[in-house]
Design a protein around this ligand. Structure first.
Ligand code: FES
Length: 478
């Protein structure tokens, strides 16, 4: 079992400069956009599916099924966004969409989501990120096959079957924590069951048609656009660098592609702020574009740059496209502590220290032993707002809820390195900006995975318009 932090020195990812209150506006979720987008997708899916059915005895059958396949493969973007919890405000709606969209790709949500958690924590960091689409030197044949989902299906279907039969796949051991195995098996069974339905119907009706509409086949004949886009997100760019502006691309595309990709064309912005709702990304992109590398003007511009770069990388693996970030210092490169053995099986950091810390220290602390530190003025902390303060080298998140209560919790998430002050405050909870774990502000307890360990809580009081945090003397010295 391997912890990535045993191999690399953890460092914070680069952020943009923006007033806190303005940033909070961009993090506001809303069910409406998610519902409209999902309804439009379902209508498109059934509409193009019906056209494909009508075209069966004509030459139109090829374009009609291609169009249906393109709509079907848009499930990839739906899985992706709902796994981040950024489609809907209501969590169960994200889970429902995530399940359907992963099952449509013959995957289970636990395995897929944990893989993606690792991808976001260690984007394009070699040996650690399980979702590097193009490793160096590139293997062109593999990428060609994946335009028709052939490599993906060969990989994901056996993984799904294994998990459904209670066998942990080799890769799951690398990034899915053991205590998640049971849930992974059950979600895999549900996904497999859903995928068996068209096979059973095909058998009963003695017709291939159900298989043409649901399962691996539509992924094969309709994947080319979605796959071209996935390739364009990171391929040929820098690696082992703590700045998403150097290893990801934002590509301006037409509204149709924007709908298919669910705004993931704003990929730099998405990677920097993975909890930002999908519908906020275009506006956020416009707001911060002066701090970003120039966006690409379309997929053709990306491929014109990317293909020669990949050819160069096949001869020189040190080559990469160096994206210029206006006004930014040279990004921090990943510092390796030691080389990772090929056989190393990683587990996420969340699997460490499984014990839950019941951290309601607000009430247990003895007032006389506390040192009170003024951290901010009440007028600088809006409703549902949070700031980070550093005291003696330690980070604390100071929170003001919409009920007028003040809280303080540890400034760094207990799962991986993420500043809680970049998270979202609502209903006496704070969500981590990196993987969306929610913490109870009163107790610090983690309410959902991947984080399991509670945040520490600290007493807070307001005096003379100042917010003060109480820290035990030994906390400050240690
Ligand atoms: S860093 Fe993963 S939930 Fe916070």
């Amino acid at each position: 079992m391997v912890n990535p932090q045993d191999y690399i020195q953890e460092a914070p990812w680069a952020k943009v400069d923006m007033p806190r209150n303005e940033f909070r506006q961009f993090m506001q979720k809303n069910n409406l956009y998610g519902i409209l987008n999902t309804l439009l997708w379902i209508i498109s899916l059934f509409g193009t599916g019906y056209l494909a059915y009508l075209s069966l005895d004509s030459y139109w059958v090829i374009p009609a099924f291609f169009l249906y396949g393109v709509m079907y493969c848009a499930c990839d973007a739906r899985w992706h966004e709902s796994s981040h919890g950024t489609v809907f405000k209501t969590p169960w709606m994200n889970t429902a969409l995530c399940f359907i969209a992963t099952a449509m790709q013959q995957r289970d949500i636990i395995f897929t989501n944990w893989s993606h958690v690792r991808h976001h924590s260690y984007t394009i960091i070699n040996d650690i990120d399980p979702e590097i689409t193009v490793t160096r030197p590139p293997t062109f044949w593999e990428h060609f096959l994946n335009f028709f989902s052939l490599g993906e299906s060969k990989y994901y279907i056996p993984v799904l079957v294994k998990h459904a039969f209670g066998i942990v796949s080799e890769d799951a051991r690398k990034f899915v924590p053991e205590e998640e195995y049971n849930r992974m098996f059950w979600w895999a069974r549900a996904s497999l069951l859903l995928n068996l339905i068209p096979i059973i119907v095909a058998g009963l009706t003695q017709s291939w048609l159900p298989l043409l509409f649901v399962g691996p086949l539509p992924k094969m004949y309709g994947n080319i656009i979605q796959r071209s886009f996935v390739l364009a997100q990171h391929a040929g760019l820098d690696e082992d660098v703590w700045d998403h502006r150097k290893n990801s691309r934002t590509i301006l595309v037409n509204p149709f592609f924007g709908f298919l990709f669910m705004n993931m064309q704003y990929h730099v912005e998405h990677h920097m702020y993975p909890l930002m709702p999908f519908h906020q990304l275009p506006r956020f992109h416009r707001r911060v574009q002066d701090q970003m590398p120039k966006p690409y003007k379309g997929m053709i511009e990306v491929y014109r740059e990317m293909i020669p770069a990949l050819i160069k990388q096949s001869k020189d693996t040190t080559y990469f496209i160096d994206r210029k970030v206006p006004g930014a210092e040279e990004p921090q490169k990943v510092v390796r502590i030691k080389e990772m053995e090929a056989s190393s099986a990683m587990i996420p950091m969340a699997a460490k220290g499984a014990e839950t810390v019941m951290a309601n220290q607000t009430t247990s602390a003895v007032p006389e032993e506390l040192e009170w530190h003024a951290v901010t003025s009440v007028k600088d902390l809006a409703s549902n707002d949070v700031i980070n303060v550093k005291i003696e080298g330690t980070d604390y998140a100071i929170v003001h809820t919409d009920k007028g209560e003040y809280y303080s919790v540890s400034g760094i998430c207990t799962h991986e390195h993420a500043y809680m002050a970049d998270g979202v405050v609502e209903s006496c909870t704070i969500s981590c900006p990196k993987h969306n774990s929610k913490f109870d502000l009163k107790t610090g307890n983690a309410l959902n995975r991947p984080a399991k360990k509670a945040l520490k809580t600290y007493p807070v009081k307001v005096e003379d318009g100042q917010v003060l945090i109480g820290l035990a003397a030994e906390t400050i010295k240690s």
